[in-house]
Design a protein around this ligand. Structure first.
Ligand code: IVH
Length: 675
């Protein structure tokens, strides 16, 4: 493609991409697939790589960020960014209306627009001929910082304004609005940071502010920044007469407007809106810290003017604070169902935004150390939006010499087993297999298909058994009785019988399944197989050292340490002994050549047919094989025994014609026991 054609095509692509961005981000109604969008994007990027002179400031390729700046340049706002006077009560909202009513030359009725007061970072966007040229922070209201490169990465800020069918676009235009992060996106962002061991953001506003003030815009590009427009600054030649029309124009140009925005000429309706927002603030997707009420008529706004940098025509109606100070009375340690220990601050109860807060997770030891939280400290706690309460920081000026530093205990507070911290993980973990905090999860895992494969023992049944204190560890399963099961709700003779049979049938699992079932951290199904390939019996694995284990391919040092620690824990050894007492004896097929030659049924071929009463056919076959016997599906002259349950079918007939010995279930069990 020649330069002229490339210029034409790149412009076409920019327009197309801008159009699809609008459909996707503003209207939430995409017309093309992500893949089709990516194709357009790639084509444009390739064109721009070949012809760098075609890169325009509003090209969507410029959203991905640029190499870091040394510092931000100051940006004098073409028109000042005012701040708002605050109100904290409904009375003050009514007073505001009265002041305007008394103002000479006012309109007949005064119409207002109410909008949520978004809790983010205010920015000023300068567009020239519809193209974004500068984005700046508020600064002191007169001069801000030029953060254009970062602003460009925000998907919901149009790089060029859409004019189709909307209001005409002024030649030079300032757009005012708020950079925010949705609560849900904020939570994901912080979860990732927690996993990566990075410092957490206190709230969505801090996260938005921190992201916007990154010198490296490639970092900003990875943050879930969003933008809502709520006003225009300087735009001399507009034809708009009301703020409501301004909002409509902003929308037509491609900006997101908060859906709550309403117009009303009744101050009581506005007060009602304030109540409504306050009551539903936690359900909103974005954090807000109040409501803004604005006079709708732009001419009246002009007449009203401003006092001390706050316009007389607008008011910020704030909500009660979400932060309070209180005292840390103690730190509890909770053990989660996966064994992770979570320190929880116990605080003098304090009401925050209508809810009494007395506990807050401190996440992990690193967080406690980073914030230097000690028992007895006075702290700032916050409950932002539907975000759970958290300790923001210690008020150091109030620290007492008696304040006690805190360390996560070395023994599990629930079961006393050892607590370890695996390298690269933030959490400390209890390694006790019988830890009551984890027992439900452990037993569900123990019985799962990849583990001991006990049919009919799903999570509901396990929860019921644990709650009824019939089992305290996985080995207890093998000591359950029919009477105990029948006493449970919704368990009849039949299901109790089935469950006991399934448990009994799970006494001779392949060794790798038992290893996996133990739930040793870092030992998944494939690692369990590797271990069973190397070691003939469980006792050998229990005796293995870290050095020895790491000689196995794919067993890393963390897994090896985890295995050794597991078998060092006395409470785990107790459970293993109990399993043995119950008759749990895994079979290692990989080492079964030896077993076969010495087994009592060696060289004998069995056929199992029909329905057995006390075990499944699968289990019967496993028992035969564990004693060195072979099983096949068809009866031949070589068949040694046919084990026949009820409704055995043609296999029994064939056995009879061939004169092969037939055993019923009772006889089979006797044979097994005597072998
Ligand atoms: S209007 C002159 N509308 O509140 C009026 N401001 O102190 C300009 N804010 O820094 C502001 N939501 O960051 C307006 N819907 C909204 C707003 C809003 C949040 C912030 C803005 C400004 C502060 C006012």
């Amino acid at each position: 493609m020649g330069p002229a054609a490339a210029a034409g095509r790149s412009e076409e692509l920019r327009n197309l991409i801008a159009y699809h961005n609008r459909r996707y981000y503003q209207l939430d109604d995409p017309e093309i697939s992500d893949a089709a969008y990516d194709l357009l994007f790639t084509e444009l990027r390739q064109l721009e790589e070949r012809y760098p002179e075609l890169v325009t400031p509003d090209s969507p390729t410029q959203r991905v960020g640029a190499p870091p700046l040394e510092k931000f340049q100051p940006f004098p706002h073409p028109s000042p960014m005012l701040s708002l006077a605050n109100a904290f009560t409904e009375e003050e909202i009514r007073d505001f209306d009265e002041r305007i009513q008394r103002f000479p030359g006012r309109a007949e009725t005064i119409a207002y627009v109410i909008e949520p007061k978004l809790d983010g970072v205010a920015v000023n966007l300068l567009y020239e001929h519809g193209v974004l040229v500068t984005g700046a922070t508020r600064g002191d209201g007169t001069t801000g910082e030029d953060v254009t490169l970062n602003i460009r990465t925000v998907a919901t800020i149009p790089l060029s304004l859409g004019g189709n069918g909307g209001m005409p676009i002024p030649e030079r235009l300032e757009i005012r609005g708020e950079i925010v992060i949705a609560t849900a996106a904020f939570r994901v962002l912080n979860e990732r940071r927690l996993e990566a061991g990075e410092q957490l953001f206190a709230n969505p506003r801090n996260a938005a502010a921190g992201s916007l003030r990154q010198l490296d815009s490639r970092i900003t590009a990875r943050r879930p920044l969003d933008f809502f427009a709520y006003a225009i600054g300087m735009a001399a030649e507009t034809v708009m007469k009301t703020h409501w029309e301004v909002l409509a124009a902003l929308k037509s140009w491609g900006f997101k407007i908060h859906p709550f925005a309403r117009r009303s000429d009744e101050i009581e309706e506005c007060v009602q809106g304030y109540r409504e927002l306050y009551a539903t603030r936690e359900e909103l997707s974005y954090e807000i810290d109040g409501m803004v009420i604005k006079v709708n008529d732009l001419a009246l706004q002009d007449e009203l003017g401003a006092v001390s940098r706050s316009p007389r025509w607008a008011l910020a109606c704030k909500f009660p604070a979400y932060q309070e100070t209180t005292v840390i009375e103690g730190i509890d340690v909770q053990v989660g169902r996966t064994g992770a220990l979570t320190p929880v601050a116990i605080m003098t109860p304090v009401p925050i935004g209508g809810v009494t807060v007395s506990r807050a997770s401190l996440h992990n030891q690193d967080e406690i150390d980073r914030k230097d939280i000690r028992i007895g400290d006075t702290v700032i706690v916050q409950r932002a939006g539907d975000v759970i309460p958290e300790v923001v920081k210690v008020v150091m000026s109030k620290r007492q010499p008696t304040a006690l530093p805190f360390t996560i205990p070395a023994a599990c507070p629930v079961c006393g087993s050892a607590v370890i911290r695996i390298e690269g993980e933030a959490a400390h973990r209890c390694i006790g297999i019988a830890c009551p905090a984890q027992i439900k999860e452990h037993i569900v895992h123990f019985a799962s298909r990849g583990g001991m494969d006990i049919e009919g023992l799903g999570d509901k049944m396990v929860y019921q058994l644990v709650d009824a204190v019939l089992i305290k560890d996985p080995a207890d399963l093998y000591f359950l009785t029919a009477e105990q099961l029948l006493a449970l709700e919704r368990t009849g003779e039949k299901s109790a019988g089935n469950l006991l049979r399934a448990i009994d049938g799970a006494k001779n699992p392949p060794l790798e399944k038992l290893i996996f079932a133990l739930g040793i951290r870092h030992v998944g199904e494939s690692m369990a197989k590797l271990l069973a390939r190397k070691y003939a019996v469980l006792e050998d694995i229990m005796a293995a050292t870290v050095d020895e284990l790491t000689t196995i391919r794919d067993v890393g040092p963390e897994a090896a340490k985890s295995i050794v620690r597991f078998f060092q824990e006395p409470s785990n050894l107790q459970v293993l002994t109990k399993l043995k007492t119950a008759g749990v004896a895994p079979i290692n097929r990989q080492f079964s050549a030896a077993a076969e030659s010495s087994g009592a049924l060696t060289g004998k071929t069995f056929v199992v047919t029909g329905t057995l009463g006390r075990m499944t056919r699968q289990e019967a076959k496993a028992r035969i094989e564990s004693l060195g016997g072979k099983t096949t599906d068809s009866v031949t002259r070589k068949t040694y025994y046919v084990i026949a349950g009820t409704s055995p079918g043609s296999k029994l007939d064939k056995a009879k014609t061939l004169g092969i010995s037939i055993l019923d279930e009772e006889a089979f069990i006797k044979l097994m026991e005597s072998s």
